[in-house]
Design a protein around this ligand. Structure first.
Ligand SMILES: [Zn+2]
Length: 314
């Protein structure tokens, strides 16, 4: 059984696909030119939370290495247990955690001497901070206690004050290629087929891929979708396919993603009929975008795939 918790990166070197960011943070740490205020921004599941955790560890570790925190010292152990007194981690998505009172209390906390070398503040979902809270935060950013490092995590930047952004290094986490995700999942012990399925559905997010591996319903839906497509490509199962699409009507976009991925793979194997089926999926995706009536969309999809059949898929 795949252990999702064991897949969490323990050092910057374990974090794949974000080398531009990790190089910048690590070179700052090794040269003493630490990034004191930064925003990690990017889609959900692209590594913002993990980067913040690793950067905080590297900043608070008593014996940091070239890959960040050592994982062994008392500070690293406290961080692993979630009770290092100098790490102030606030999830602004939690109830009553995005108002000005939270920022005032935080400012009070970090005005006191740190337990060890410095305070590290992480504000998760910082885009949810109220304007008043952001203005209070700005005041702290203008005159931060010596050594304090402030890390904001935000899915989008438009809700953050430009005056805050101008004081931060803005670092963009990037979505990953599905091949990169699949390879990493296999390295972590996932079966090849499941790793590829999770990687395709994850849409560039390692976090989503890991949660899909943990979800038996997602795997069953993937297998059912692949079996349905195979039958259609053999000229069978139109009624079953329409039933399948109906039962997955709410996540039709994901079904199309699965089918498109399988069909591209078949095209690579030289199966020309896959091209017609792929065109049918892409037309259905466009119809979905333009809110075409569901039954018309599903009928057209199924019968175009059946109609484009000329051979045996690989
Ligand atoms: Zn350490």
């Amino acid at each position: 059984m795949f252990d999702v918790s064991a897949a969490q990166p323990q050092s910057f070197h374990d974090l794949i696909g974000q080398s531009t960011l990790t190089d910048r943070l690590l070179s700052g740490l090794s040269s003493g030119r630490i990034v004191h205020a930064c925003v990690f921004t990017g889609a959900s599941g692209t590594g913002k939370h993990t980067l913040a955790r690793l950067y905080a560890q590297a900043l608070l570790c008593q014996q940091p290495t070239q890959a960040g925190g050592c994982g062994q010292c008392p500070a690293c152990r406290k961080l692993a247990q979630g009770n290092h007194p100098d790490l102030h981690w606030i999830d602004c998505a939690e109830k009553d955690s995005h108002g000005v009172d939270v920022v005032r209390a935080l400012t009070q906390d970090i005005s006191l001497r740190p337990y060890a070398s410095r305070h590290v503040v992480v504000l998760e979902a910082a885009q949810l901070l109220t304007v008043q809270a952001q203005n209070a935060l700005l005041k702290t950013m203008e005159e931060p206690p010596a050594g304090t490092v402030l890390i904001l995590l935000a899915e989008n930047l438009s809700a953050l004050l430009s005056t805050i952004l101008s004081r931060c290094a803005v670092l963009h986490t990037q979505p990953l290629e599905s091949d990169v995700i699949a390879r990493r999942l296999q390295q972590l012990g996932a079966e090849k087929d499941r790793a590829q399925a999770a990687a395709v559905l994850a849409n560039g997010s390692m976090g989503k891929a890991l949660s899909l591996l943990d979800d038996p319903d997602a795997w069953q839906a993937w297998q059912a979708g692949q079996a349905t497509l195979e039958k259609l490509l053999h000229g069978q199962g139109a009624a079953e396919a329409l039933d399948f699409l109906q039962s997955h009507r709410k996540n039709l976009g994901e079904v199309l993603t699965c089918w498109e991925s399988a069909l591209r793979q078949q095209m690579l194997c030289g199966q020309e009929q896959a091209f017609e089926a792929l065109n049918a999926c892409m037309a259905a995706r466009e119809a979905l975008y333009y809110n075409v009536t569901y039954s018309l969309l599903a009928d057209a999809l199924v019968f175009k795939i059946l109609g484009g059949r000329h051979g045996t898929p690989c």
